[in-house]
Structure formats: C-alpha cells, structure tokens
Design a protein around this ligand. Structure first.
Ligand code: NAP
Length: 248
C-alpha cells in the first residue's frame, strides 16, 4: 500500500538534517523525492530502506542544486513519475565556509551563494508552477541563525542565509493569495558533520556551554519541526522560525 499523503522533495538528504527530515516524513507516510550531489549510493540505499519499512515511494536523484540545468533535469524526471511534482519542498542542501572574508576567493563565494541561495530560487521556480496548477503546495527553507544576526568568519554563509530569510518572506507574500505557505527554519548549532568536520570535540563542548539549553540541537528536532510545519495552518506564512536552544 503506497501513501496518498503527498510527495515531499528534500534536497541534501544524504546525511545530517536532510536525512533526518526524510526519515520523519517517511514515518508519517509521505512519499519522498531525495537528492544530493555526491553520496548518491548511500542516499539510494537509505531511500530503499525507508520505502520498505514505511510502505512509501522513495526516489533518489543525483542533482547539484547550485546548477540550474541539473535542477531542471531533476524536475523533468520527477514529472514523468506517477507521484508527479512534489507538493511539499524542503530546501535543505547547504554548505559552509569558515575564514576571513579577505581570504575568500570569488569561486568560494559563488559556491556558497550558489549552493545555499541560488538553489532555493532554482528549486522554487520549478516547483511552484505545479503547486499552483494542483492547488496544493508548501515550501520550507532550512536557514541559520547566522542569517538572522551574522557571524564573524562566516560572511558569505551569513549573507546566503540572510538571503534565504528574505526570499522566504517575499515569496510568502507572492504565494499567499494562492494559499501556498512559505516558511523557514532558522537553526542554531545542530549536531551534524557540518560542525564536527571542522570543530574538535573540545570546541563543540565549549560551543554547547554557550547555549542556554546546554547542548547542541539534534537533526531529529529540526525534522520534527519540519513535519509540524507541513501540517500547520496555511495562514501561517512568511515566518522564520528559530530553533536554537535559546542561544541567539
Ligand atoms: P551536512 O551534514 O553537511 O549535509 C549537507 C547535505 O547537503 C548533504 O546531504 C549534501 O550531500 C548536500 N549537498 C551539499 N551540496 C549540495 C549540492 N550542491 N547539491 C545537492 N546537495 C548538496 O549539513 P547539515 O548540517 O545537515 O545542514 C543542512 C542544512 O542545515 C544546510 O542548509 C545548513 O546550512 C543548515 N544549517 C545547519 C546547521 C548546523 O549546525 N548543522 C545550522 C544552521 C543551518 P552530498 O555531499 O552527498 O552531495
């Protein structure tokens, strides 16, 4: 028996927050379209296991969300499938870069803005026409508290997530007459490879001690919020919802 709750596209679902979001939606009975740029084999194995344990359809795509053609191609493939274009989109794929702005190359800048912000434009541009046609749609963007307040040594990342926050508020106004909510989840420090790949155990513990909740957030907590947003009243739109253990 396959689900009729609808289909959710989650970008960057091969690990971390995106993977947890995929699992949470699967457990609720949604069908999944999952993509990533690099780890397609492990993503496909993960999708197959969700499909069999949760009785859903889970398709995977290798897609570089910073590349417009790659995103268009993914939508072409999705549109030929029986589940059709996704009713819910979670723009999660993202990358970080740490260092002084003056040490950053233009290529590194464009890589951050392309992956974190241009991607949201490419995905929404392709997804929204189908949402309007079917009368069903929701957009959830995964942002960061650095998009709210800015971080030293993460200027490009902060700019990209600030862009995501404004994109969310603006598109929400554009789509509110069509009853399509657009919201963002602004994460504090969540325990994923994005942090553990560049911070030592000791640095992570120092960071946790600055957070009133006295710990890092879990990907599953962000996932729970994303699933709740998928059933929240549609009148709630244009919101940037922070989940950071009381940090910022
Ligand atoms: P992560 O563990 O590094 O995972 C990033 C995911 O994005 C991976 O699945 C990766 O897949 C995918 N990805 C990267 N570049 C891509 C591209 N060009 N095209 C398609 N997929 C791509 O990071 P995370 O911590 O889960 O972060 C997820 C989101 O949460 C990001 O938007 C991040 O900015 C945001 N966030 C995280 C934190 C945090 O503390 N962790 C805080 C605030 C916001 P492949 O490498 O397999 O392609």
């Amino acid at each position: 028996m396959h689900s009729n709750k609808g289909t959710v596209l989650i970008t960057g679902a091969s690990r971390g927050i995106g993977k947890a979001i995929a699992e949470a939606f699967a457990k609720e009975g949604y069908n999944l379209f999952l993509c990533c740029k690099n780890n397609i084999d492990s993503l496909t194995a993960f999708a197959e296991s969700l499909a069999s344990t949760c009785g859903i359809i889970a398709e995977t795509f290798r897609c570089d969300v910073s590349d417009e053609k790659s995103v268009s191609l993914m939508f072409e493939k999705m549109n030929t499938m029986k589940t059709g274009s996704p009713q819910i989109v979670v723009n999660n794929a993202g990358i970080a870069w740490y260092g002084l702005l003056t040490d950053m190359t233009s290529d590194e800048w464009h890589d951050i803005i392309g992956t974190n912000l241009d991607s949201v434009f490419y995905i929404c541009k392709n997804a929204v026409p189908h949402m309007l046609q079917s009368g069903e749609g929701r957009i959830i963007n995964i942002s960061s508290v650095w998009g709210n307040v800015g971080a030293s040594c993460e200027v490009a990342y902060s700019a990209s997530k600030g862009g995501v926050n404004s994109f969310t508020k603006a598109l929400a106004k554009e789509l509110a007459p069509s009853n399509i909510p657009v919201n963002a989840i602004s994460c504090g420090v969540i325990d994923t490879e994005m942090n553990s790949s560049h911070l030592s155990e000791e640095e992570l513990m120092d960071l946790a001690s600055e957070i009133p909740a006295d710990r890092l957030g879990k990907p599953e907590e962000v996932a729970e919020l994303a699933v709740n947003l998928a059933t929240a009243p549609k009148y709630m739109t244009g919101q940037v919802i922070t989940i950071d253990g009381g940090w910022i």
